[in-house]
Write a protein that binds this ligand. Sequence first.
Ligand code: ADP
Length: 509
Amino acid sequence: RCGFLRRPGLHVVHIASEMAPLAKVGGLADVVVSLAKAHQAAGTLAEIILPKYDCIRYADVAELRQLVQLEVPWGGSTIKTVVWAGIAEGLPVYFVEPYSRERFFWRGRFYGEVDDAERFLFFARAALEFLVWEEETQGKQPDALHIHDWQSAAVAPLLKEQYRARGLTRPGVVLTIHNIAFQGWLTPNYLDLMGLPRAGAYTPERLLDDTRPGFAAAQPDINLLKGGIVYADAVTTVSPTYAREVFAPEFGMGLQGVLGRHAGKFRGILNGIDPDMWDPATDAALPAHYTAADTAGKAVCKAALLAELGLPAKPNTPLIAVVSRLTEQKGLPLILHGLRVAQQAGAQFCVLGSAPESAVQQGFERWAAELAGGTAGRLVLRYDEALAHRIYAGADAILIPSFFEPCGLTQLIALRYGTIPVCRQTGGLADTVRDVAHSGAPEHERNGFTFAGKSEADVETVLRRAIDAYRDAGEWWHGQLVPRAMRQDWSWSRSAQDYLQLYRHLKQG
Ligand code: ADP
């Protein structure tokens, strides 16, 4: 570790609630790891602080060891917290394990607990205590703290209001908003647990959520994501289009005014994917490999996937996939309608997804039972990383009709596997997918089928266009469109540089 101290260049610490594949709920997990890896490859020291969830497979963490035991201040007392160190995905990772009465991270799952806001508020505070310990014992301080979504947003106000005075004078803070729909609400008494003075922090300019008119006084009105936006030195979101969209109430979800006031430090930087983790030429989950120059293996992957799902192989029939959390955001009614259209049109489909809402999950389970044994499609209603890889490789198209999509990784992964996105033009989808018929875009950029509206008719039209193209122009689809999609570069090559510039700017500022 001493070697790190002498290492020139930047030092960035990600404080995050997810990292792939150890603790993954959605795209945030992929982004934290792939961005940190891209920076590490460029000579930056990139580390990650993560909660020590009980539901992580620690066998996948190398050199895991207890590093230090801290007493983290909490509500007039302290909570014993052990910080573990290890290596995951080649990156130094620190795991924060509180021995709290509430068993904060021993819940058998990452999110969805009634006290989520409190759990992650504690995490933010413990992460900063750990950084103070590192500074005091090793003189080690990062240049930048990169925090992600509401779960670690509290780091920004805590750093500025408290931990600067505790010696963390060096780091600037970058907050990345992966999804503005989740904001982290708490009642004002949590300011005391945070150790923040009410007079300073409980104002509409700071953490008080004044954006929800009629919000009863007894309900939570501390907004952690808002606090992160106000106090961070730079705020990013994950695509240029979403960075514009969030100023509209429909997308900003109450925070459009705050973002407007802080627009000068806010910008969109497009996410990338990890080209090693997602590579059809080497992917260990696949039955065959392929490249843009030789796509023959893709047909083998498709045949194997159909067999795995128990679907018959039909000539000249596209397999349309959905890989998604099954939530309103993802355009649930349009997913359902789209799949029915695919069925009527004689295409096949497969869904890999799970719904956090049990009523939605049960609805899908009923439909899965109806489909079982038939030839139209399959629904696999669980989280399954390896199957996701096989679907990206084996499917012909992927349906993404999201109502909003900050960036979206599934279209980027699908493109790398030569699976053609059929998607709504919103957020990052609009920045990455060009319709094959888009006359204003150069041909090498045209990589999918897009639509703008929100109606069933809109998704029907676009899907029928895609299915017809597959059937009537198979040579073009397989011979031109698939290799073209695969050749596009959606790695971090550009965006990692943008983040480095941001960190450097903070260092100077
Ligand atoms: P979000 O973060 O909103 O869920 P993204 O498109 O940014 O959406 O990222 C989703 C990530 O989660 C992708 O890596 C996708 O492959 C993965 N994913 C989603 N659902 C599942 C599932 N049921 N099983 C495996 N991976 C999934």
